[in-house]
Design a binder for this molecule. Structure first.
Ligand SMILES: N[C@@H](CCC(=O)N[C@@H](CS)C(=O)NCC(=O)O)C(=O)O
Length: 215
């Protein structure tokens, strides 16, 4: 929405259960609720007549879909693993992601949510691997993104497109918040990719620049 200049109000909720898919994110527009970031984007492109991918070639659009799957369907789960399974991150998670739930309810819900996420990780398959194996998978994904970006300013063309938003959304969530993750170093070891994440933030979230755990 920031790329396409669509006026909006961002709301952070304690739990995603009011969403149509019972997952975040969802949008509410003209009395309708639409869930899942890809369906939301399709809806906005049609409703507002703006397409951040308009300047991409068909091949680039195909690559953007492949990158989105890498980020959302694979690398995302490595972030979930780091946040929810690593014991050192559990107190941070309880105070941040789960921090909006009132304390007495949180005491009951938090361990249940953790068990549920462990089950999700196993269902996906990533949670069946060892910590070392998960690190190796994440390293390959981050290396692939860095190789695709190369020394370019944005992933495709001279203006930001949806691939930039997709990659930023996940890498910013690894790079800036206080959670311990081996992926922080993996991103930092790819200076062009790390600079890209910072550049996107400076461009679209100038008020967050300088904050360590604001995303
Ligand atoms: N691919 C979906 C992913 C949605 C998703 O997994 N959302 C997570 C938070 S980032 C969620 O709401 N999880 C809660 C749950 O599974 O109960 C999208 O991009 O919208």
């Amino acid at each position: 929405m920031r790329i396409a200049d669509i006026p909006h109000l961002s709301v952070t909720v304690a739990a995603p259960f009011a969403g149509p898919k019972k997952k975040a994110p969802w949008i509410e527009h003209e009395q309708r609720k639409i869930g899942d970031s890809s369906f939301i984007i399709e809806y906005l492109i049609e409703k507002f007549g703006v397409d951040p991918n308009a300047h991409l070639t068909p091949a680039e659009r195909g690559q953007a879909v492949a990158m989105q799957r890498l980020v959302e369907e694979n690398l995302y789960w490595a972030m979930v693993y780091d946040r929810w399974v690593r014991d050192e991150n559990w107190p941070i998670l309880k105070g941040s992601v789960l921090g909006r739930i009132p304390a007495p309810i949180r005491a009951i819900i938090a361990p249940m949510a953790r068990r549920g996420v462990r089950q999700q990780l196993k269902g996906h398959g990533l949670g069946l691997h060892s910590e070392r194996e998960i690190e190796a998978i994440a390293r390959r994904d981050i290396g692939a993104l860095a190789a695709i970006l190369g020394d370019r300013h944005w992933f495709f063309g001279s203006a930001p497109s949806l691939a930039d938003a997709t990659v930023f959304s996940l890498l910013a969530n690894i790079r800036y918040p206080a959670f311990t993750s081996p992926m922080k170093a993996m991103i930092a070891e790819q200076p062009q990719l790390a600079a890209f994440v910072d550049r996107f933030r400076d461009h679209f979230y100038p008020s967050k620049t300088g904050e360590e755990d604001a995303v």
